[in-house]
Ligand binder design. Structure first.
Ligand SMILES: [Zn+2]
Length: 335
């Protein structure tokens, strides 16, 4: 079910993300030649509602219509069916950024297809890998890595001084590609923001121009490195809402404003309905339940109990159900 081609499909640089399913017929890996042969690998639309990466690549390639790319570029366009409807993934589909090699999920047609993508990039000796994402809350632009390694840190810090290291969830693109080459996930803010597009385009262009990726340490004043220490989900049986609601859990209406801020213990995140138990699903890197380490309830108020910094907290109820409420991070000092 993977389309793989050595030429740019007609119309790719003009089509809207919604039209990709019709144009391509499915997930597609496109290899374009360039002056240096080891390709930069860029993947976009792992999540169908996150269009910045695709638009950035369109803008980039329009600029190279009449000239050679400085380095070969392999482009993977992921969940085109979800992109047609502007959704993260469709009902009945897996989340495309949880089923790359190394996933804990059972094998499916989609996971075999992604294995094929990684194998193809392995054979081509990929130079570096960039997976482009958006998020739905208020977040700065930042880069994620899954290995604390100088080359990975260099690649990440070219995009942003804010760098997040994580090893959960499993099955993400950058984790799979980190076995092949230096790999990052870049988070470009909301899909609708024009600045995300230009930032991603310029970053990909800068990476295409790199001759090599330095192996020496990144200066500690050039990078703010955080470690995602826990994932926060709301179990399906717990109702939740924002503002005026009788749901079990009422969250503060601007919870996404807390992203990337160091929260003092005692920060209020919401309220529990009378008699409701605190039932978040807070899991650390070892899949242990660590709710009590981070949260407590006092007089019906949901409070933090130790310092941390959230990321990706969102008000989008569909995303909260499909993915998670957000992540908890702690600062990590580079070696
Ligand atoms: Zn995403």
């Amino acid at each position: 079910m993977l389309n793989e081609t050595d030429c740019l499909p007609d119309g790719l640089l003009e089509v809207a993300a919604e039209g990709l399913a019709e144009l391509l017929g499915g997930p597609t890996l496109i290899h374009l030649p360039g002056r240096r042969p080891e390709p930069l690998f860029v993947s976009v639309l792992s999540h169908g509602n996150e269009t910045t990466g695709f638009h950035a690549v369109q803008a980039l390639l329009q600029g190279y219509r009449d000239r050679e790319l400085p380095r070969a570029l392999s482009l993977f366009i992921g969940n085109v069916d979800a992109a047609r409807l502007g959704q993260r993934y469709l009902d009945g589909q897996p989340d495309y950024n949880r089923i790359w090699p190394g996933t804990g999920h059972a094998e499916t047609g989609e996971s075999r297809m992604l294995q094929q993508v990684v194998d193809s990039m392995h054979v081509r000796a990929a130079f570096a890998s960039i997976d482009v994402h958006n998020n739905t809350g208020i977040n700065p632009h930042y880069a994620c890595i899954n290995r604390v390694d100088n080359r990975f840190l260099h690649l990440a810090s070219l995009f942003s001084r804010t760098v997040v290291y994580f090893i959960r969830p499993l099955g993400v693109q950058s984790m799979a590609m980190s076995r092949v080459c230096p790999a990052v996930t870049i988070e470009c803010g909301k899909s609708s923001h024009e600045y995300g597009l230009t930032h991603a385009r310029d970053y990909i262009d800068a990476c295409l121009h790199l001759q090599s990726i330095p192996d020496h340490p990144v200066a500690s004043h050039d990078v703010d490195l955080f470690h995602t220490v826990a994932t926060v989900k709301i179990p399906d049986q717990v109702s939740f809402g924002f503002g005026d609601t009788t749901a079990d859990l009422r969250l503060i209406t601007n919870i996404d404003h807390l992203n990337f801020r160091e929260l003092a213990p005692g920060t209020q995140l919401g309220w529990l309905q009378d008699g409701a138990m605190l039932q978040l699903e807070v899991r650390d890197d070892n899949d242990r339940d660590v709710q009590e380490r981070y949260f407590d309830v006092s007089d019906g108020r949901l409070l933090t109990v130790r310092p941390f910094m959230p990321s990706m907290f969102t008000l989008d109820e569909r995303i909260i159900r499909q993915d998670c409420l957000g992540y908890l991070m702690e600062r990590l000092l580079p070696e």
